[in-house]
Design a protein. Sequence first.
Length: 401
Amino acid sequence: MNDTQKEQPPLKGIKVVELSMYVQGPVAGLALASLGANVIKIEQVGQADYMRTFHSAFGVTFDERGKEWVYSSLNRNKRSLVLDIGTEEGKPVFEKLIQEADVFVTNLREEGLIRHGADSKTLLTINPRLVYCRGGGFALKGELANDPCQDTVGMAFAGFMDTASPTETPNYPPGSMSDILTGTNMASAILAGLVKRSLTGAGCVVGTSQTQSLLWMQLQAVGVAANLDQKLERFDADSGSNPLFGVYKTSDGWIAIAALQAHQWPLIAEAVGLIKLLKDDRFQTFTDVLHNRDSFRQIFTPHMQTNTTQNWWHLMREAGIWVSPVNQLEDLAMNQSILENEYLVTFDDGFMGPPTPFDVDGYEGSRGSAANYGEHTDEILEELGLTEDELLDLRISGAIW
């Protein structure tokens, strides 16, 4: 592949209008923008996006640079248009924007979208080739469709707080994981919608909710519960039915081992210097280890603490075992594999993060920064053909900022 091919954005020429807030909707636009789409984010007149001033989360208080990162992490590579789509003067501008768009993406509730003339029926009437994507909370239809929902309660409703907990007490993993998963799934739905449009010539409505996305992520766990009336075993580093499927403390950290097949146990025994256990009646076979797991742990646990994580990892990798260090998040920015694969990069604004959610033909992802509030308002509207006098009139009326 030549450099020109690698530099060609996969979504070049795709115009996206984003009307969103918080995390879920912006992540959908972020994914598309990272792949080169022209994403126009609409912000309210006199009210910048809430995430521009987000001051704390999960025990971390953000200074001015931190607030800048929060917004950038969700909105880089987009252009900012400040427009009041509900006013008499602003509505025609919004409709013109939709006429020229390929995609509309939102995570606002249906009742609000209808009130502002941004529901799917209205926008597909304006542009029959539009791919309309909406992200929801508890559901996209039915009695819960218009209930307010965000990451926390979304995880609770979909059972993920239960799945993610090692005990009966619910656990809430930090980092807006449900919103990010749902936003990424929204972007995938949009890509499918664009493919469908290329085949049919007509626009379509796509989308997902937090519940749908989280059930998909819990595909096996929810399947066992729904079809077999059983529950997958909770993870516990000190117990569990398979002592070769879990994590062990080393002399300087932790290491994860995943052995599910009989032939893997002898490989592990040899790699970690416990080949003598293969001659012990209690541990000769993989099945024996499972049956005598408590006795096995009494030997294996202290043995793993006699060497470092990196040394154990090297020895077991050489043997072809499923194994990995249990990395700390703060260490990933210095991880050689992550950096050489460009899973984390430094953007134009100096922040570090993932450039794309997946690889497409070697494209390395857009590396731009987030726009200032209303930075591209005039530029975008001039592209629509509005004159300086028309922009002035809109500004005087309060339709734009």
